[in-house]
Design a binder for this molecule. Sequence first.
Ligand code: C2E
Ligand code: MG
Ligand code: MG
Ligand code: MG
Length: 278
Amino acid sequence: MVKDFGKSSYMFFNRHMVDRVKRKIEIEKMLREAIKEDGFKVLYQPQVSVFTGEIVGFEALLRMKKNPISPAVFIPIAEETSMIMDIGRWVAKEVIKQIGIWKKKGLNIKPIAINFSAKQLNDLSYIDFLQDILRKEDVETKYIDIEITESIFLEKKDETIEFLDQLKSLGIGIALDDFGTGYSSLSYLTFLPVDKIKLDKSLNDKFLELKSISVMDSIISLAHSLNLKVVAEGIEDMEQYKRLKVGKCNYIQGYLFSKPLEVEEVEEIHNYNFLQNK
Ligand code: C2E
Ligand code: MG
Ligand code: MG
Ligand code: MG
């Protein structure tokens, strides 16, 4: 009996692994096709001022046109290969082109945050690439923010800091994404050239509990004492919003106000005030 059980669980484990590898190969193929055949698009999620209800910016979030697979799944796969480099350049180009179009239409467009993978920060030529497209599309650097995650700094590499310093000196804003997950260390905030921290949804899902709320308040006031703005991510209900206002969090990004939007939807709501009807 024991032997049988051992054998079948061994086989189950194997099949599970095979399925995972198959799925990965399948997604890699989708990504390769999407790179070749213009198969990506970008959605834009508003970031809203806690105090005025105005839109202060958007986050650019990548999607595959044909497959509803989350970037939380396909980005890590792209990161394991060099595909993330092509994808990263495509996203930046697409977003900057879009800002150029919005500018020409006379829309009052706010800065757009682009997510950056660790690998992209090893490639200093990326900065020239960014500057080239910005120039070509006639878009100022103030319209661009970059979001990075703390995992980048596990090694605390000089080149990484160099890369970020260069972006910053061009006038590009830098946000530390997913704050409060994994490797969070408040000490990063003292040596990184960041302007903003983004409190992760997992932290925000818990902060209404008694003990977590003082953690939240402390993080926000620490960030403010370092001259950083705070964005709370994944905010879905009014109770969270109200408490974040008490804690003086600056901005909110979440389904409470808006999901990530298509380009046409951005154009419809770009002057909208999210507190008017709340
Ligand atoms: P992230 O940068 O932390 O982005 C925030 C994620 O939270 C987005 O998921 C957004 O749709 C989701 N979100 C926002 N508000 C809410 C809410 O109220 N409730 C819930 N349940 N979710 C909310 P998304 O678009 O699936 O992206 C997942 C992750 O994929 C991103 O996390 C980011 O790490 C990565 N990613 C997305 N686009 C890109 C990209 O162009 N380049 C890179 N390198 N990574 C990207
Ligand atoms: Mg992000
Ligand atoms: Mg995040
Ligand atoms: Mg993330």
